[in-house]
Design a protein around this ligand. Structure first.
Ligand SMILES: [Fe+2]
Length: 264
């Protein structure tokens, strides 16, 4: 018997700009138009999600106007939204301007809905380089170990912005990835019996990576999609891929993930 505990939406990488009219020459939609279509698609689902989880890159450049635009747009979602910072975000500005909380150096948090524990790890870079890769700190690894204990009876979902483990392509593994993702994975291993999945964004494509019974799932962006083939080192736009999001159903015996796509 599989009892449904909760159903939520995982979306990511909206990349909103301060100027809502600002687009990209390779994209038919501006980020603001993509976000609008995303919100319409989520609101049009024939069920009410328990919540929406945004795994980061809410904005393209940390800018007060971009966060105010994001706050205004995401207020249009029917479900409550939990935000996480990505490499394009300022964790500080996201906390203050989008969420309205007093900011802390990292925005790591957990919450519980219907007996399910959801743990959100802030992977926004603090290495000072203008590059998409990241590291998480020893303190964050320790927090993850304390928060994701093996003896807790609750089902567990973990989320972070970056891709964590190597996937066999230099662009994903060397350019985009969390450099100490192996440490994150080791911190989660003791809780793997109750860990249903790890959700991330950042890569702007659908993909799954499994190791030791833990699966890492990405969501498409609501704006631009990327592709990655073995051996690829550069960022390549995937013109054939559609924007989308993930619908996640948590049951008493596991998790079901379905991809949704929208737009022509
Ligand atoms: Fe990102």
């Amino acid at each position: 018997m599989s009892d449904v505990l909760l159903r939520f939406i995982h979306l990511t990488d909206t990349h909103l700009a301060a100027d809502a009219a600002l687009g990209h020459p390779q994209q038919p939609w501006t980020p603001a138009e993509g976000t609008l279509h995303l919100i319409e698609a989520v609101n049009a689902l024939p069920f009410m999600a328990d919540f929406v989880l945004h795994t980061g890159d809410v904005v393209y450049d940390p800018d007060e106007k971009a966060y105010l635009l994001a706050r205004e747009m995401f207020a249009g979602l029917r479900a409550p939204v939990y935000f996480m910072p990505g490499n394009h975000d300022s964790s500080d500005m996201l906390q203050r301007l989008l969420i309205g909380r007093t900011s802390t150096p990292t925005y790591d948090y957990e919450f519980e809905v219907n007996g399910v524990q959801i743990v959100c790890l802030d992977s926004s870079p603090r290495h000072g380089e203008n590059a998409p890769h990241t590291f998480i700190s020893d303190a964050q690894i320790a927090w993850l170990r304390e928060t994701c204990t093996p003896d807790d009876p609750r089902p567990l979902i973990v989320a972070t912005h970056h891709n964590v483990l190597p996937a066999g392509a230099p662009w994903l593994d060397d350019f985009m990835r969390m450099r100490n993702g192996e440490e994150l994975h080791a911190a989660l291993l003791p809780a793997r019996q109750r860990l249903l999945g790890v959700l991330h964004g950042h890569v702007h494509m659908v993909g799954q990576r499994t190791r030791d019974g833990i699966t890492y799932h990405s969501s498409p962006s609501s704006w631009m999609q990327f592709l990655c083939h073995p051996g690829q080192t550069q960022t390549v736009v995937d013109h054939a891929a559609r924007p989308g999001f993930n619908e996640i159903t948590v049951m008493s015996d596991g998790m079901y993930l379905r991809h949704h796509f929208f737009g022509a």
